[in-house]
Ligand binder design. Structure first.
Ligand code: HAM
Length: 418
């Protein structure tokens, strides 16, 4: 059996679920376009250094989770673990480097070698945006408000927004010194991972999930107070704008995010349906060096996990309009009827109707079963006697009523009535 199951952490998405996926993607496109974003499609794999440089060599994703392989020429390639680094790479080839603002959105599969569990996949899908080339608190607020708007539009209510500031690079040393002094005193009672993080990336200690570390982290010093006045003012402006935009949020100095490129505003969205540990979306402001550029490019963006959005929607029982049913199912009880049905289906489909039909020789009963399975609103039936009389029977599947329609008027009748 194993050979027929998809590899761990991946899944097949069957037509019944695909309708919800498509709804999320089309709503995203609609909402983001209204804010001036255009779609960007980048390759699913990139040269490995795009992620190493972009995400930071010390991040968990780069160290442990990337799917990396060599092409035939021996160049190291990696399946994208996230979208931001590739988008920035692509934008190098636009006029963003000359100071033009670029607003792009994307969706597609991402790959991380994580241990699979509910809501944690090895191939998962993100819907994301990047606003590149500008740096202002109001842009960060606009971006977060757009995510809020998107969640509302896809029927996710009750999402919780948590925000924090990471300051800028120059703020880090004094803040880190504060944290180092504090955590050094408590290292003995912290988990082994935190002891490693103390040496390699002290910020990640703040979002450790181990129980033994919780009380210690809760009492950690307020490192944001050690940030420059400029950074603190930036954060204040973001918060003021979010309040004016009616986006509810809470502030948590424990939110540091897993990727190294962030500066200033960071945010994450959770939902009680999945619990606090599982984010349905995350993002923030960042600075990324494009290859060959001396100055980093500023940007802000987020990505939402499609599988997780769907889990929340299912928990909320948010209805997807059922568009899976055919408008009409065509039943043909002899060869001539099936040929006419094939031609009729072609005409109706060209006019945008969703038509299902049986083209193999099968019994009336079997074809009726298929019609029911197709959830067709109407069924058209013709056999030998209908063909002789040049008519077809059209049956309304909801109330069982039926009528005879002359062959010549069939197309017009169906276009108007089904
Ligand atoms: P991230 O927080 O690593 O950020 O991922 C964003 C979202 O992708 C998460 O909140 C989650 O919903 C989903 N996700 C991540 N890993 C998995 C997984 N293994 N299985 C299922 N869903 C997952 C980024 O990727 C940044 N590039 C976001 C960003 C854009 N920041 C600035 N611009």
């Amino acid at each position: 059996m194993a050979a027929f199951a998809p590899p761990p952490g991946t899944a097949d998405i069957f037509p019944a679920e695909a309708a919800a996926w498509r709804m999320l993607e089309s709503t995203a496109a609609k909402v983001f376009s209204a804010y001036g974003y255009g779609e960007l499609r980048t390759p699913v794999f990139e040269y490995t250094e795009v992620f190493q440089r972009g995400l930071g060599g010390e991040t968990e994703v780069v160290q442990k989770e990337m799917y990396t392989f060599e092409d035939r020429g021996g160049r190291s390639l990696t399946l994208r673990p996230e979208g931001t680094a590739g988008v920035m790479r692509a934008l190098t080839n636009t006029d963003v480097a000359n100071g033009t603002e670029q607003r792009v959105f994307y969706y597609g599969p991402m790959f991380r070698g994580e241990r699979p569990s509910a809501g944690r996949r090895r191939q998962f899908h993100q819907i994301g945006v990047e606003n590149v080339g500008r740096c202002a608190p109001l842009i960060d607020a606009e971006c977060i408000a757009m995510l809020h708007n998107f969640l509302q539009q896809i029927g996710i209510t009750g999402a919780e927004f948590t925000i924090n500031t990471r300051g800028v690079a120059a703020d880090r040393a004094p803040a880190e010194a504060l944290l180092r002094e504090y955590f050094a005193k408590h290292l003995d009672s912290m988990c082994p991972d935190c002891r490693t993080r103390f040496e390699r990336n002290i910020w990640r200690m703040l979002d450790c999930k181990q129980e033994c570390c919780q009380p210690i982290i809760a009492d950690a010093p307020d490192y944001v107070s050690a940030f420059s006045e400029e950074s603190r003012n930036y954060f204040e402006e973001v918060k003021t704008a979010l309040t004016r935009l009616n986006v509810p949020f809470k502030v948590s100095s424990r939110l540091v995010r897993g990727l190294d490129y962030y500066v200033h505003t960071v945010f994450e969205v959770t939902h009680s349906a999945l619990g606090e540990q599982i984010a349905i979306a995350g993002g923030g402001r960042y600075e990324l060096f494009l290859p060959g550029e001396k100055r980093p490019l500023p940007g802000v963006g987020f990505a939402a996990g499609v599988e997780r959005l769907l889990l929340v929607r299912n928990a909320l029982e948010a209805a997807v309009p059922d568009t899976s049913g055919a408008d009409c199912f065509l039943i043909g009880l002899n060869a001539a009827a099936r040929m006419e049905n094939l031609i009729l289906a072609d005409e109706l489909r060209s006019a945008g109707k969703n038509i299902a039909l049986e083209l193999e020789e099968r019994s009336f009963k079997a074809q009726m079963r298929s019609a029911n399975r197709s959830k067709a609103a109407y069924t058209l039936i013709r056999g030998e006697s209908e063909m002789e009389q040049h008519i077809a029977i059209v049956k309304n599947m909801a109330d069982g009523t039926q009528c005879e329609v002359p062959e010549k008027q069939l197309t017009d009748y169906l276009l108007k009535n089904i």
